[in-house]
Design a protein around this ligand. Structure first.
Ligand code: PMV
Length: 307
């Protein structure tokens, strides 16, 4: 039996704009999804994936992998394990897709380069959900914190360590959001008001690159300021919610460097950047307005073989 695991992700900056070719910053989180795989002789593919919302990602990854590597087999059994909590939107679908493809390639001794793994995983995800920039797949493959653009291009791997002097607090609104639906709503808005929406995306892209430069110098106060500006643009796009705004405001009022929603918006999670010594105060502030603090560390390792 072979086991491969891949991490979930958290969008730090640049969501939505990344769908249209602009850069974003994404980090891999400590929540991981593992896929154990073995070959059987029963001519069946058995998938036991209780933690995966939609097992079509596993089915499709097997199809794509077997096709790409010309694999013939006499049956496969795949089982998943996870410390993911499905409701936080940490990207269990992309993690399971990457882990499944990596496991198939390893089991059948196929050579695997990261670009090919990305392309196969992206194809798989697009076949199921139709939209997406692939940032979550890149985080699952490369791990760490990366500046990413659509199509699998990694502009930079950042040495940001947000687990020591500075910390990232993650707050869940308690409301699930459907990312593909929101991405499609933004596409519609872009069609209706191309100039306005493009202007917002360009401004977001500029903030992403400025935040990268500030973060490389460990100027977290400035990174926080850019996160706040990014949030203003996301609000303008119409993807923030009252609950997100209340939680973001609470975090900033309690002394965070900056805070914003993370991901598609419409609910899900917000993030706040803070000096680690203030972390507890920020967490309390988020809880006091009805948010749920999600304990998670970031900047973790990408896909790997577990045994
Ligand atoms: O909702 P999440 O955490 O899956 O993030 C979605 C980010 C978008 O930029 C809105 C979509 C994408 O695929 O990049």
């Amino acid at each position: 039996m072979l086991t491969v695991s891949a991490p979930g992700k958290l969008m730090l900056m640049g969501e939505h704009a990344v769908v249209y070719g602009y850069p974003c910053i994404v980090t891999a989180v400590s929540e991981r999804l593992s896929v154990s795989i073995e070959e059987t002789q029963d001519e069946k593919i058995t998938i036991d994936a209780p933690q995966v919302k939609d097992t079509r990602f596993v089915d499709q990854a097997i199809i794509e992998g077997c096709k790409a590597w010309n694999i013939t087999h006499h049956g496969l059994r795949l089982t998943t394990h996870s410390n993911f909590s499905n409701c936080y939107g940490f990207g269990s679908s992309s993690a399971v897709t990457v882990a499944t493809l990596y496991a198939i390639a390893t089991l059948f001794k196929q050579s695997l380069d990261t670009k090919m793994l990305f392309d196969l995983a992206y194809q798989t995800v697009l076949a199921i959900q139709g939209v997406g920039s692939g940032f979550d797949i890149a985080a699952a493959i490369y791990g760490g914190t990366i500046v990413y653009t659509k199509g699998g291009k990694i502009l930079d791997q950042l040495a940001w360590d947000l687990n020591n002097d500075v910390s990232l607090v993650v707050g869940y609104t308690g409301m699930k959001a459907d990312t593909p639906t929101i991405v499609k709503e933004i596409a519609k808005k872009k069609e209706e008001q191309p100039e306005r929406v493009n202007r917002i995306f360009e401004a977001i892209a500029k903030l992403v690159m400025q935040a990268k430069t500030a973060g490389d110098k460990k100027d977290w106060e400035t990174v926080g300021k850019f996160m706040n500006f990014n949030q203003e643009y996301l609000r303008d796009l119409g993807v923030s919610t009252e609950k997100l705004e209340v939680m973001i405001h609470a975090a900033n009022k309690a002394g965070a460097y900056g805070a914003k929603l993370s991901g598609a918006g419409g609910g899900d999670c917000m993030i706040a950047l803070t000096l680690t010594e203030k972390k507890k105060i920020i967490e309390q502030a988020i809880i006091s307005v009805g948010g749920i603090v999600v304990p998670v560390s970031i900047h973790t390792e990408g896909v790997r073989i577990e045994q």
